[in-house]
Design a protein around this ligand. Sequence first.
Ligand code: AMP
Ligand code: MG
Length: 344
Amino acid sequence: METIILEIDPLNIEEEKIKKAAQAIKENKTVVFPTETVYGLGANGFSENAVRKIFEAKGRPFDNPLILHVANIKSFLEFSYISYSLLEKIERLLPGPVTFVLRKKEIIPNIVTAGKNTVAIRMPAHPIALKLIEYAGVPIAAPSANISGKPSSTLSEHVIHDLKGKVDYIIIGGKVEFGVESTVIDLTQGKVPVLLRPGPIPPEKLKEIFGDIEIPKFVYGIVEADYIKAPGMRYKHYSPNTPVILIEHDEKENMVNKVVDEYQKYSNAIVLCLREHSLFYKEKNINYDIIGSEDNYYEFAAKLFEMLRKYDEKVEVMIVEGIEDKGIGIAVMNRLRKASEKTV
Ligand code: AMP
Ligand code: MG
């Protein structure tokens, strides 16, 4: 199919272009758009027909539910059963890189929620995303804009690579801010909210607002029966075609030694490392690229999928230095543990 590409500057949005894309959503077509987390592949969240096209374009299993994107706070009341006291709490995080799982209202078709009686809702902060939803006048169901199982798209070229010819419109709107998908928090499991997917909003921030929260072990990559609670977590995820070896965080000396051990097993490997370790690898003539630094995990998150895509099918194996499970580092390590074939 023909894909129409619309280039829009997020800081100087051309109304006609956004309106064109919004019209496409109204006509039950598919539109890729930037958000502050990763690029999303959207369609009219009220239309079963439109939403089916998302699953087909991505090759996504139908039992993996989508996130419903909204442009204002009152949409939470329209599409879910939420108390005013809870709404006041989540308002403090809106708009932003966080998704709330709530009890679903009938108006949302089952295809969006994979037949569940809960719905995941997010109000993104990206100006293009917000305007698109607003002008469309309907909620936009959207997963990440990548082929199912592959790393999410953080640059427009990722979207073009994966989805050109498979969707109706692609809005090119620059680089995303965070580079990992939204935090998902389940507010339907009784008294204590449950973190289903770590993301840019860290647990400490959620605790400030909700008091206690539950963090299941699968968030840290420890797989147990309770992982069934988060539908998308059952699948291999975020994986490039080239195998990834993850070196769990350790102090510098141990870390670089483990990396070198692994590196020597291959004839064409790359090390994706912390800036602080790069000189060591340079001196040893090791093929490396910098993915982030000790003191800026946000940089690591922002470059994570970009790096996994950059070296995909260019090397035999990617060896990635892990970071600590703190702040956005929890989200980074959650994705890396899923993406990797092997952990050291
Ligand atoms: P994606 O947009 O590709 O990052 O995927 C959306 C993710 O949101 C899914 O894989 C689930 O982990 C989560 N999600 C969406 N809807 C629900 C729901 N009703 N209950 C629990 N998790 C959900
Ligand atoms: Mg995804």
